[in-house]
Ligand binder design. Structure first.
Ligand code: ZN
Length: 271
């Protein structure tokens, strides 16, 4: 844990420090060795919250993006069940910052417990199994409504580069005879309707994140976070890139987890 209560105050771990756990009120001791992330540990029981993961520097870096009074916040259900959320903002959005893999049961129980929840997943261990392919137009754009994309995969170079057919050219009855187009024919139109969506392929995916009911963002260590989405009624899976800066801003200002990262701020180029 990053915080314990010392003489009535939330404090970070300091050498020789003793405090009490803000969740269960048991005694905690500061762990401040030269090769460990400075943290608090319970002196007797291993941990009071079965959902709590051992913190990594990645966890700590994420928590530190948010104000101190939004980190490690107890969330109490109406039946009295208590868990410590990694981040809970003043607007009521909870972030679970997840490094380890998780079963469907665990994921579902946390989604039900927190409700207004966003998952932030450490993607460093599967980055080489995750390909991001061509841009897609905003699914609500007029352009997108006419296009049906072929699922991009690592093995199918053509589809990975962007192949589609047009509904307008292919009436319902004749879809097996479709004319296939390349994204290069409509490059500028796609660029104009671009809001961060892309095709992707995740080799051997962690299925529970594809089935999640709450928004899932994967952190691959770059400036853009990767949000898992379904593109349109064709059920094409896609991702949407959301800048880390926008994410951190939206989480503090939006009240609904689903509204985070939905405004698009295009990069204006001049000249
Ligand atoms: Zn405790």
């Amino acid at each position: 844990m990053q915080y314990a209560i010392v003489e009535g105050q939330r404090r970070e771990a300091f050498s020789g420090g003793k405090g009490v756990c803000p969740t269960c009120a048991a005694n905690t001791i500061a762990k401040c060795g030269p090769r460990v992330l400075h943290h608090w540990a319970h002196s007797r029981i291993r941990n009071c919250d079965p959902w709590w993961e051992n913190e990594t520097p990645w966890h700590r870096q994420w928590k530190n993006l948010f104000p101190e009074d939004s980190r490690e916040i107890n969330h109490v259900a109406s039946d009295g069940e208590v868990h410590r959320a990694d981040v809970k903002t003043p607007t009521g959005i909870v972030l679970e910052i997840q490094h380890s893999s998780m079963t469907d049961e665990e994921r579902i129980s946390r989604e039900q417990f927190y409700g207004n929840l966003i998952w932030v997943i450490d993607g460093s261990r599967f980055r080489d199994r995750f390909d991001i392919f061509h841009p897609l137009p905003d699914p609500s754009s007029e352009l997108a409504k006419d296009l049906v994309w072929y699922k991009a995969t690592r093995q199918m170079q053509g589809a990975a580069n962007g192949l589609f057919w047009r509904r307008s050219e292919n009436p319902e009855s004749a879809r097996e005879l479709v004319q296939i187009h390349s994204i290069h024919e409509i490059k500028n139109d796609v660029q104009l309707a671009y809001r961060g969506h892309h095709q992707y392929d995740w080799i051997r995916p962690h299925r529970t994140w594809l089935d999640a009911k709450c928004p899932v963002y994967i952190d691959f260590g770059s400036d853009k976070l990767v949000r898992m989405e379904i593109y349109d009624e064709s059920n094409l899976p896609c991702i949407r890139l959301v800048s880390r800066k926008q994410f951190a801003h939206d989480v503090m200002t939006e009240t609904l987890a689903s509204a985070v990262g939905t405004n698009f701020y295009p990069i204006h180029t001049h000249g």
